[in-house]
Design a protein around this ligand. Structure first.
Ligand SMILES: *Cc1c(COP(=O)(O)O)cnc(C)c1O
Length: 344
């Protein structure tokens, strides 16, 4: 039985061609700056995002953490959405490791409102307050349903962040999904911010790694922070070569993933499932497990028995993510499996 894996876009496996490129990658000791493949990837990522410099990081979580370590100091305040990945899924690294005090903002629409920033700013000369130094935005926004926040909305919030003197960091794990969705160059987003982290290992199909991009000075600090937390690696070019291949080949095709998610949503809605309605939906869909449906565990395991892997991300809320290792046919089969399991 073919297994169809819709748990996340992180489950993609490197293609034959990507593996060939990894096997022949030129490498060197990246801590000495001697790895040609890593250097080429950094240059390309910086150029793509319109930043001066970039570094490879082991994961998106590490990319975000390095941004916090480089832009903030212990005791300062970080503004981030209540439903953001940094707040919910990075084990509190911003506070445990970077020492930042979090200040949560409402991001139910995928991004905080510009008007909410000034009242949250505590760099206001009140002796009791931790200075606010960093604003972290996320696009696409995972937990609200993969919303691709529009360039206009995004720019408005980022500019307000700058007006208030913050370092604006973008957790852009899936920023290329946002740029492809809106049909704009990724710079429409990255021009507005100081630093961006994006994942090579999600929809782009590389087996590992993320990039952190920003000014020369910022990236020099991030390099040192990366060394401190043990994230500097040696012949990292084997992974970097896959990342460069992914960036050069797999961005435009993200629209197929969006089409597939839309088809999946339509098929489920037609079958009576209450798929969450999301503006600017990209490559994921969520639906609630209604009263009368099986328990989360039973639902997930009944789907698994039929060859479909998916995630109950939070209690009674299921997520499916499309990516380059599932096609239209898989989507049709997934929808019919879900409808069959729910009706039992
Ligand atoms: C996956 C993800 C990350 C973290 O990436 P890892 O490589 O899993 O550490 C950060 N932010 C968002 C929005 C993500 O979806």
């Amino acid at each position: 039985m073919k297994i169809m894996d819709f748990r996340s876009d992180t489950v993609t496996k490197p293609s034959e061609e990507m593996r060939r490129i990894m096997a022949c990658a030129e490498v060197g000791d990246d801590i000495y700056g001697d790895d040609p493949s890593s250097n080429a990837l950094s240059e390309y990522a910086a150029e793509l995002t319109g930043k001066e410099a970039a570094i490879y990081t082991c994961s998106g979580t590490m990319g975000n953490l390095l941004a916090f370590l480089s832009a903030g100091r212990h005791g300062e305040s970080l503004l981030a959405g209540k439903r953001s990945h940094v707040w919910n899924a990075e084990v509190g690294g911003f506070s445990a490791i970077a020492g930042l005090c979090p200040y949560p903002l409402n991001d139910d629409e995928g991004i905080p409102a510009a008007a909410d920033l000034a009242p949250a700013n505590r760099a206001d000369n009140n002796i009791h307050h931790p200075d606010t130094t960093i604003l972290c935005l996320e696009n696409t926004h995972n937990y609200t349903g993969g919303i691709a926040v529009s360039p206009e909305r995004f720019a408005e919030v980022a500019r307000e962040g700058h007006r208030l003197g913050f370092h604006v960091h973008l957790d852009g794990a899936r920023i290329f999904n946002a740029s492809v969705f809106h049909g704009v160059d990724v710079k429409a987003f990255t021009d507005e911010i100081d630093s961006v982290q994006f994942c090579l290992s999600k929809g782009l199909g590389a087996p590992m790694g993320s990039m952190l991009c920003g000014s020369h000075e910022f990236i020099e600090r991030a390099k040192k922070a990366r060394k401190r937390i043990g994230g500097a690696q040696r012949q990292v070019g084997i992974a970097a070569a896959a990342g460069l291949y992914a960036l050069k080949n797999n961005i435009p095709r993200l629209s197929e993933d969006h089409d597939n998610a839309k088809l999946l949503s339509e098929l489920l809605i037609k079958g009576g499932v209450h798929v969450e309605e999301v503006p600017n939906m990209t490559n994921m869909i969520f639906f609630p497990m209604l009263d009368g449906y099986p328990s989360d565990e039973r639902f997930v395991s009944a789907c698994r028995e039929r060859g479909l892997l998916l995630n109950a991300l939070s209690p009674r809320r299921v997520r499916l993510v499309t990516h380059l290792d599932v096609d239209r046919e898989d989507v049709e089969r997934a929808a019919s499996i879900i409808l069959e399991v729910i009706s039992q």
